[in-house]
Design a protein around this ligand. Structure first.
Ligand SMILES: [Zn+2]
Length: 248
């Protein structure tokens, strides 16, 4: 963590002047949909394309529930397809993977980058101590805060009250820091919690959560950041790398 903070501080000192120049044109408008490596701007409105990323796949199963035996990679793909159906006819969608395929995180980030008018949503199921449960949403970029707020809010609104609200986490991950488009990673539920794992094994529950995320995306598309609170401060930090400590 110390290393991360130091790097962030160095990045700020070194990169601020160059970014202030190139980023100036995009910082004043909430509707600049051009790709931007830092994302220090309001969230997008009126975007045309949603890239839906089902986490893990192939040799990487992600979390595996001890209660149901279900694998995160399968639940994530199922939810991605549900989300795609829910968005059908309302916004263009692209699936990062539509089968049980391993795709490196850097490849995923590269595929989502360089595309104007595009956002990226990565879908996951979480794992931790058995007592931890509830939806959680990760973001890093300033322009992803509003969308993350909407996704977390909507997931919580359709999950049972006993799941609680673990809120949003600003975390520098390869799929929250590295793409140059707005990007949010949704952790739909904890497979390590017995009752939430059972809940997530129910297709009707996954459909409901996909619906909540779809509504969040369409609200963002229509309204931008309106009603999602103040934007967080820009943070200058290097791209996330596989060698970074977990959670750094
Ligand atoms: Zn995952």
């Amino acid at each position: 963590m110390k290393v991360t903070i130091l790097l962030a501080a160095l990045g700020s000192a070194i990169l601020f002047s160059s970014c202030a120049g190139s980023g100036g044109s995009s910082s004043g408008s909430g509707n600049n949909l051009a790709a931007d490596q830092w994302g220090h701007r309001p969230g997008p409105q009126g975007f045309s394309t949603v890239i839906i990323d089902a986490g893990h796949g192939g040799k990487d199963p992600g979390a595996i529930s001890r209660t149901t035996g279900q694998r995160e990679k399968d639940l994530a793909l199922d939810t991605a397809k549900r989300l795609q159906r829910q968005l059908s006819g309302k916004v263009r969608t692209v699936l990062m993977r539509d089968g049980d395929e391993f795709i490196d995180l850097d490849v995923r980030a590269a595929r989502a980058s360089g595309k104007n008018g595009t956002i990226l949503i990565s879908l996951h199921y979480n794992s931790s101590g058995a007592g931890i449960r509830g939806p959680e949403t990760y973001y890093w970029r300033v322009d992803s805060h509003g969308l993350a707020t909407r996704i977390q809010r909507n997931m919580v609104s359709v999950s049972p009250s006993e799941s609680g609200n673990r809120g949003m986490v600003r975390r520098r991950l390869r799929l929250t820091r590295n793409p140059d488009v707005p990007c949010v990673l949704a952790e739909i539920g904890y497979l390590s919690n017995a009752s939430e794992a059972k809940l997530c094994s129910d297709p009707a529950y996954r459909e409901k959560m996909a619906g909540a995320i779809a509504r969040a995306i369409l609200e963002q598309k229509d309204r931008g950041d309106a009603g999602t609170g103040p934007l967080p401060k820009p943070i200058y930090a290097p791209p996330s790398r596989p060698t970074d400590a977990p959670g750094s």
